[in-house]
Each structure stands twice: as structure tokens, then as C-alpha cells.
Design a binder for this molecule. Sequence first.
Ligand SMILES: Nc1ncnc2c1ncn2[C@@H]1O[C@H](COP(=O)(O)OP(=O)(O)OP(=O)(O)O)[C@@H](O)[C@H]1O
Length: 354
Amino acid sequence: MADEWAIRFDGVSKTYAPGGSGKGPAAVHGLSLDVRPHEVLVLVGPSGCGKSTTLRMANRLVEPTSGRILLEGDDVTKVDPVQLRRRMGYVIQNVGLFPHRTVAQNVATVPKLLGWDRTRTRTRVNELLELVGLTPDRYAKRYPHELSGGERQRVGVARALATDPPVLLMDEPFGAVDPVGRRRLQREFSKIQRELGTTVMLVTHDIDEAVRMADRVAVLSEGAHIEQLAPPLEIVARPASAAVADLVGSGRTARLLTLGRLERSDLVDDASDGMDRPHVELGDELSDVLDHLVDEDAGRVGVPVWEHGRPIGHVTGQSVLRALRRLADERAEATEPAAATEQGEPDEAVDTRA
Ligand SMILES: Nc1ncnc2c1ncn2[C@@H]1O[C@H](COP(=O)(O)OP(=O)(O)OP(=O)(O)O)[C@@H](O)[C@H]1O
């Protein structure tokens, strides 16, 4: 049903055929995957596993060898590619801005193609620049070489959103930005995505980025084989295979769980029931809290939290995810130079969706 997915990959394969031989190994092999409306689905996995190929098949920059890809009910191979790309914004690493066009002209690329009049285009460009945190007065007339990497990336996002597409494809969108700038962009982008409700498919190498930004993470291995497809917390807490465990274990996320402690702000309520159930204590290590949630299978109901011998509220799986995001933010901000914090809005990094 169109309500349950925005993009559907149905048994999709791609074999790049060197010299037209048709005999190369499959970059993507029999992939079936649904991207739900309004979610951020992150594809993560090792280099060469087929992430970019998967993304690029969605907007027909790469044609599948077999299988079907549906966008809101339409078979993408039957939609004119130009029309298709208006329904799907595309953001890549290093953006690919036109160097001899100003920021405003870059953002206006698609509206211009669509023949919008000047006033409508200018209004939309200003709106988008504001949205991505680039004041039009300061930035509209600059050229790409007069921008920082992070600012260029914002222009790329603004350009991709110009016609308010229902779907946004992002390939390592923040990969060329330093870690501090990346963190800030991730946070700002999450806020924009929530406001607009855009369905996002995002490719990254970085498991921490995946955990921070995703509603669901698809961990891929060679041939775009899905090792695990689950919300971030589940990926971290219950890796479904050695490959997923490797990816999670070698990253910062697992360490954060052992280093982080449960804080009052992580609680989902201040109810004092649950005297008769196993509980955790405020200040417990997050990995212990997570064990409890998994053991008790209490992710949804919540586990009571006690302080000074009495219950003070509950934690759920979301609390752990929230704490994880809080910790990831604290770390990014701890290394952030004072001048760079002007746009930091820690509360916005706490994403309580899924
Ligand atoms: N145009 C192409 N022609 C031939 N082979 C290609 C082409 N593009 C990608 N491949 C191959 O397809 C496989 C998957 O590549 P893809 O770029 O989709 O992987 P990825 O997971 O996005 O990698 P990375 O993280 O390094 O960007 C790789 O083995 C790659 O060498």
C-alpha cells in the first residue's frame, strides 16, 4: 500500500557489465526494501557493498539490471527521469555546486528549469536559505568558493529541497565536512526533515551518523545484502550478525553505552508505579539499562527507575537512544571551538520520534 512505503525496492539487482560482458559480480543482488513515508532510512556498510548503487537506482542515475523500484506507486523506470528527479532531491558529498553561479542561482536551478517567474523563485530561494541557516543578505550573492565546506553542503541541501520533493536521497551528504561541522549539520538537518516530513534515504560509512539520524538503519554487506534492518537502538543492542556487531563494536556507539549514565532528563515520565517490578537506578550505566530493557523485553512498557529507594519514573528504549544522542552531542560540543557554537541548539538534537 502506498501508505506504508514511499519507495519500494522489489528484488532489485544491478550488475555493472565491464565491456558489456554482462558477467561482472552483482553490485546489488536481489534487494527488497521498503522506505516508509516520512522516515529517515540510513544505509550503512563497508566500502563497495552497493550503498551508492542502491541510492542511484532510485533516481535512475543507474538503471537496475532486474527487479522493480516503485516511488509512491509508480514504477520509476516508467517515469521520465527529469520528472522523477523533481520528486526526489539528491544531495551528494562535495555537493557539485555550479562554481560560476551564485548561491541564489544554484538554489534556483530546478525552479528555473520549471519556468517559475522571478518573484516566486526569489521568494523560494530566500525561504530555503533561511531554512538551512544561511541569511540571504549575507550569502545569496556569494559564489561557492567563498563558502566553507559546511556552508556549501547547506546550499546543496537547499537546492535539493527547492521544489519541496517528497523524497530526498543523500549520499554521504556530510562526509566532506569536519566532525564538528558535521555534527551541527546533522542536527540542523534532522530538524528540517522533521519540519518538512520529507522521506529520506541516506547513505553513510559512519555508524554513529546512522544511529544519530536514522529512524531505521539498514546494515548492508557485499551485494547490498541486508544484514539487519531495524531502529538504531536495536542495531546497537542486538546486532543480528557478526558483520553488524563488527560495525557497531568498532564504532563509538558501543563505547558510549558503557560510558554513559542514566540521567533524569532521559526518563520518559515521572510516574511512581512499578514498585513490584525489577528496576534500574538513576546513574546506572546505560549498557546495564539496555540489558534490562532487552532482558525484560520491556522496551515499550518501560522499566521503573529508582532514586534514594523510591521509584521516580520510567525508561524505555527511546530513553537509551535519547541518552546516546545526548552523549554524542556532549562529545561533539566538548571539542567544539567557542566561536563555532553560535548555532548549537542542544535540545534539538534530542530526537524522540521512532
Ligand atoms: N560505474 C561502475 N562500473 C563498474 N562497477 C561499478 C560502478 N560503480 C560501482 N561499481 C562497483 O559496484 C560495487 C558497489 O559500488 P557502490 O559505489 O555502490 O558501493 P558503496 O557501498 O557505495 O561504496 P563506497 O562506500 O565506497 O562509496 C563496487 O564493487 C564497485 O566497484
